[in-house]
Design a protein around this ligand. Structure first.
Ligand SMILES: Cc1cc2nc3c(=O)[nH]c(=O)nc-3n(C[C@H](O)[C@H](O)[C@H](O)COP(=O)(O)OP(=O)(O)OC[C@H]3O[C@@H](n4cnc5c(N)ncnc54)[C@H](O)[C@@H]3O)c2cc1C
Length: 419
């Protein structure tokens, strides 16, 4: 009897343990599935929020030109002025991606009395995205030394004439030279001269969102009087351990010192970058004059930085051109074969002249009007439909199928353009 009782007790105990274990199992399955559901719920909320923000942002974008009032002007350096622009309709602004630019249309007196001409120019946003204002920073462009031609039209107009209260026509922010400020990969931001503006926007955006991402900021200018945001950059470097700042003066004046002005004498060079970084695993964002881009971009590639981690912007025709090896055989063909370019609307057919460099120059030198803006393949103003034949783009720019950005395109064979 005792044995039977002990067996029954043991069986009851085992059963009890089994049910406790099963209860625990159910509980942990339940809590695992609850965690999964919660995670899924969080993901759905995040996705919905992202979608809503994207939708709101799309609603805040606009087509064509919108009126902006100049709320403030600041002389940043000897020949450089910042404009603070607020929307005249007082509505919110879309969150642009740091590095993007604005396209402006100015109405200036034309050649004949009483006539107005529109002039289109692009200027990079130089501050982090804000809901209430945009900032651009514009440097005067002088006439080339020794040349008998007028100084830069809009950059001097902005520095001389644009004042608080003026209304300007502005397109929505655009451009692919842009950084995600919430990303985590280490970045190197390089600005030469006024080309510092888009990388300054990136730096401000990264530091303002509290990111601990590693940032190297190289800024090359001739001398202290040309440098913008001196104190601002020093404050950022002092307040953010993740930011390393290198300001290089190529031709410092007597009053410039390394104490509070620049860190290095000379250009922002591959030697300096290599010595400081030691390794190549960064995303590089570079904007500067032709000489800087032409020396740094191939040097970074030669050092082993993959091409897709080098992001560039140029402010004019000095856009980094694709190497000859990447541009099919058109450049060779151009000089050997006689190509014709037909402009169907104007009813003109002209021989392609390789010294024109691009289809926009060819058109303009033959009296065919095509609106243009940046001359760097960025703003899209000179886009023209290609009715017959094909063209080749000499920089990394996006053209919709069947069209070409005439400021950076050349013909491949005989072509007909809708211009
Ligand atoms: C995406 C992008 C972003 C940009 N961001 C900025 C920025 O943040 N800040 C900034 O300052 N700039 C920026 N730029 C450059 C800017 O758009 C203008 O190109 C620049 O301000 C010069 O314009 P301009 O009207 O003053 O000069 P233009 O009138 O276009 O003249 C340019 C040059 O040509 C010379 N020239 C004029 N007429 C003749 C002639 N008949 N023959 C020969 N030469 C002549 C002028 O003297 C001058 O040296 C950006 C450009 C792009 C594409």
């Amino acid at each position: 009897m005792q044995i039977a009782g002990a067996i029954i007790c043991a069986l009851v105990g085992i059963r009890l343990l089994q049910s406790i274990a099963s209860a625990f199992q159910t509980q942990s399955i339940r809590s695992a599935s609850a965690n999964r559901s919660l995670a899924l719920f969080d993901e759905q909320i995040a996705a919905t929020r992202a979608l809503r923000m994207q939708r709101e942002d799309q609603q805040l974008h606009w087509n064509g030109y919108r009126k902006f009032r100049v709320a403030r002007t600041v002389l940043e350096a000897e020949a450089t002025t910042s404009l603070y622009l607020v929307p005249h309709d007082r509505k919110k602004l879309p969150a642009f991606r740091p590095g993007q630019f604005l396209t402006f249309r100015f109405q200036l007196p034309g050649d004949k009395s009483g006539e107005q001409k529109s002039v289109i120019r692009c200027y990079s946003l130089s501050d982090a995205p804000r809901e209430d204002y945009f900032r651009v920073t514009v440097k005067r462009v002088p006439a080339p030394s020794g040349a008998d031609c007028p100084q830069g039209c809009i950059s001097n107009h902005i520095n001389d004439n644009v004042k608080v209260g003026d209304i300007l026509d502005v397109q929505a922010p655009r451009g692919d030279f842009a950084l995600d400020p919430h990303g985590t990969s280490p970045v190197v931001l390089i600005g030469g001269g006024v080309g510092v503006t888009p990388v300054l926007s990136m730096l401000n955006a990264i530091t303002e969102c509290g990111s601990k991402r590693e940032v190297w900021f190289f800024y090359g200018v001739r001398k202290g009087a040309d440098q913008i945001m001196q104190q601002h950059l020093r404050d950022i470097a002092d307040a953010h351990a993740n930011v390393s700042l290198f300001v290089c003066y190529s031709d410092p004046s007597e009053v410039d010192t390394t104490d509070d002005g620049y860190q290095r004498r000379g250009h922002v060079s591959i030697d300096l970058i290599r010595d400081e970084l030691k390794v190549t695993n960064f995303d590089f964002y570079i904007c500067g004059p032709g000489g800087m881009m032409e020396s740094l971009v191939p040097a970074l590639q030669a050092w082993g930085v993959p091409k897709d981690r080098i992001h560039t912007e140029a402010f004019g025709p000095a856009a980094v051109r694709k190497p000859a090896a990447e541009t099919t055989t058109v450049r060779g063909k151009q000089s050997k074969t006689k190509l014709t370019v037909k402009f169907s609307r104007s009813g003109k057919t002209v021989a392609w002249d390789p010294t024109a460099d691009n289809l926009l120059n060819l058109a303009q030198s033959n009296g065919i009007a095509i609106d243009s803006g940046c001359r760097a393949g960025s703003c899209g103003t000179c886009l023209v439909a290609v009715k017959e034949g094909s063209t080749e783009c000499c920089v990394d720019a996006d053209c919709p199928d069947g069209s070409c950005l005439t400021c950076v395109s050349v013909p491949v064979g005989n072509i007909t353009l809708d211009a």
